[in-house]
Design a protein around this ligand. Structure first.
Ligand code: ZN
Ligand code: ZN
Length: 353
């Protein structure tokens, strides 16, 4: 098996001798080291983690392919020594992460030329291995069991914030280590806000309620959305819900290796547009998920990303009508050799609570 370290070496840009990894998710992904601080250097013939006293032992245990060093008393002296030992003169850095201030400090103190590099580790992260997929499956199972558990508590008279908190506590109790993101709990007219954070609004009979939420398991996120009606659905609510559901199912059916992200988006968008609501579906169809809730590849209307087996994307069309309400249905799927596998099993029929 080719390790992640080896894969990174293979995709390092030719302009650099090594890369300095500071992004926490990239550091954990490449090294296995889960501590909160560490400077990772990867070159053709070198792999080092420079960290502080708190983490040297943990880093040595977790990152077995790496030389783990305590950088005390001077980080920059330790980095310069490692760079010198590795014959590094051109060092890539994550220019989409390093702040201008940190860049200036590195530039002043390191004896190498700094070269901006983006997306090297992120590109590897797009394709998940079996272990990562199993964590994401578990995260989804936690989220779905939590939703099932709290459904009886959702009714007219409780607030959006109450529903979100109940959901969040349930996910933690069921083994979620944290939330994948701030839960969205948007009811009534607020459900037309695609990213309506839970507010104090009291849920009323006749409302749509959209819940978009996720748990993290072993460092991996899940992301799902379901929309409900409180009480009895009106014909208009049923109509809008069913358009979104039809678009979601059609887009799912289009997921397979080789399809371009924007073409999956188009399948859903065409259905919503044909029904007259194209203007009311104002966001991309989906996004990658992994250690971050939003990562590559994209399944949005401009995405040129080509889906490959092992990539995880969400499929989440929606219709949002200002001052009336909105619906979104979101599943997370992994691309397989023949199509896709859905992490979610929670019903997508319109549930009236
Ligand atoms: Zn979501
Ligand atoms: Zn999403």
């Amino acid at each position: 098996m080719v390790t992640r370290l080896e894969q990174l070496r293979q995709v390092l840009p030719v302009e650099v001798d090594a890369i300095l990894i500071l992004k926490p998710d990239n550091r954990a992904y490449i090294t296995g080291f889960t501590g909160s601080a560490g400077y990772v250097l990867v070159g053709k013939n070198m792999a080092s983690i420079l960290t502080d006293f708190r983490y040297v032992e943990q880093a040595s245990a977790q990152a077995t392919e790496f030389t783990c060093l305590d950088y005390a008393p001077s980080l920059h002296d330790a980095l310069n020594k490692a760079l010198n030992d590795g014959n590094i003169t051109k060092l890539g850095f994550e220019s989409d992460f390093v702040t201008f201030g940190n860049y200036q400090t590195l530039k002043e103190n390191l004896v190498v030329e700094l070269v901006p590099v983006t997306g090297a580790v992120e590109k590897l992260r797009m394709v998940k291995d079996e272990a990562e997929l199993s964590y994401m499956q578990k995260a989804t199972e936690i989220a779905e069991a939590a939703l099932e558990m709290i459904l009886p508590k959702i009714k007219a008279g409780v607030s959006e914030a109450y529903v979100a908190l109940e959901l969040e506590v349930a996910m933690r109790r069921l083994g979620g280590e944290r939330l994948a993101f701030d839960s969205i709990s948007a009811s009534g007219p607020r459900s037309s806000l695609p990213h309506g954070r839970a507010s104090e609004r009291v849920i009323q009979t006749g409302d749509f309620l959209t819940l978009d939420f996720g748990a993290v398991y072993n460092g991996y996120c899940c992301d799902m959305t379901r929309s409900f009606v409180i009480g009895t659905a009106s014909p208009e609510q049923e109509k809008i819900y069913n358009i979104v559901l039809e678009a979601q199912r059609a887009a799912l059916a289009a997921v397979r290796p080789g399809i371009v992200g924007k073409d999956v988006d188009k399948v859903a968008r065409d259905i919503i547009s044909a029904a007259g609501y194209g203007e009311r579906f104002g966001h991309g169809l989906g996004h990658g998920v992994g250690r971050m809730v939003h990562e590559g590849p994209s399944a949005g209307s401009k995405s040129e990303d080509i889906l490959q087996p092992g990539m995880v994307v969400t499929i989440e069309p929606g219709i949002y009508i200002p001052e009336w309400g909105g619906v979104r249905i979101e599943d997370m799927v992994v691309v397989t050799e023949n199509g896709y596998r859905n992490f979610n099993r929670f019903s997508k029929e319109l549930i009236c609570l």
